[in-house]
Write a protein that binds this ligand. Structure first.
Ligand code: ADP
Ligand code: MG
Length: 253
């Protein structure tokens, strides 16, 4: 599934984090962090609050500078300071726990703002694509609505559409159902499921262990800013090797 890097002709993984360190004011939050995500792979990050999941996702999307190491996207060294962050973010979609939609803009304008203004795409092309995507996620009739007229689950699906508008190589999802009422979680999870079926490469953090089991090709347990244990969901969630993984799972399930 992941490339070993030994074959000269092998495609590089979509994402590769190599010896990434991240400090905030001298506190180490990611430590010698290594992770690869292959094309079409779905990798789920689990771990206690504060273990570094969100920081990792923010570093990958260049929202936080790393302190050491390197991150590669499709083999390109994106944490090189000469790289244009907007160019990288065009190739990565990110969705947060709070949907972060602009309240004064319609659903359609929320989705097309970045492609039009930042990524230089034509208005017509961005709007056509946005309308298609909204229809695909069952929100075609909401294009002209303002976000506060939508349920939390609908708003989060709009945020996911916004992250998909540039046909990203990689989708990052950070606890995207944590802010939702329980009855709205399912519609967001089923959308993520269908993205998986379509082959979208994803790296996501979640507290929903049932969902992790269903959607993950690989689960990574983060502890103090490192991957302590990783493997197929059945193994990590049901037969963890590490004591700390067992402790975490006993608390959460
Ligand atoms: P998780 O998403 O797994 O809960 P985070 O990545 O949010 O973990 O946090 C990891 C650690 O980094 C925590 O100790 C948190 O307090 C710290 N941290 C995160 N963001 C900042 C920041 N902007 N400034 C200082 N410390 C931060
Ligand atoms: Mg977090």
């Amino acid at each position: 599934m992941t490339t070993t890097g030994h074959e000269p002709d092998a495609m590089p993984p979509v994402l590769a984090c190599r010896a990434v360190r991240k400090e905030f004011n001298g506190t180490v939050v990611l430590d010698d962090f290594a992770l690869e995500v292959a094309e079409h792979e779905v990798v789920v990050l689990i771990g206690a609050s504060g273990s570094g999941k969100s920081t990792l996702l923010r570093c990958v999307n260049l929202l936080e500078p790393i302190s050491d190491g390197a991150i590669h996207l499709d083999g390109e060294h994106i944490t090189d300071p000469r790289v244009d962050p907007d160019d990288v973010r065009r190739r990565i979609g990110m969705v947060f726990q709070s949907y972060n939609l602009f309240p004064h803009m319609t659903v359609l304008d929320n989705i097309t703002l970045a492609p039009e203004r930042v990524h230089g795409r034509s208005r017509a092309s961005a709007r056509t694509h946005a309308t298609e995507l909204l229809e695909r996620v069952g929100l075609g009739e909401k294009a002209g609505e303002y976000p506060d007229r939508l349920s939390g689950g609908q708003q989060q699906r709009v945020a996911i559409v916004r992250a998909l508008i540039n046909s990203p190589r990689l989708l990052l999802l950070d606890e995207v159902t944590s802010a939702l009422d329980p009855e709205l979680v399912g519609e967001v999870l089923s959308l993520i499921h269908s993205l998986r079926e379509e082959g979208m490469t994803m790296l996501l953090a979640t507290h929903e262990m049932g969902f992790a089991r269903q959607v993950a090709d690989r689960v990574c347990f983060l502890d103090k800013g490192r991957v302590l244990e990783q493997g197929p969901p059945e193994q990590v969630l049901f037969e963890p090797e590490q004591h700390r993984t067992r402790q975490f799972l006993q608390r959460i399930i």
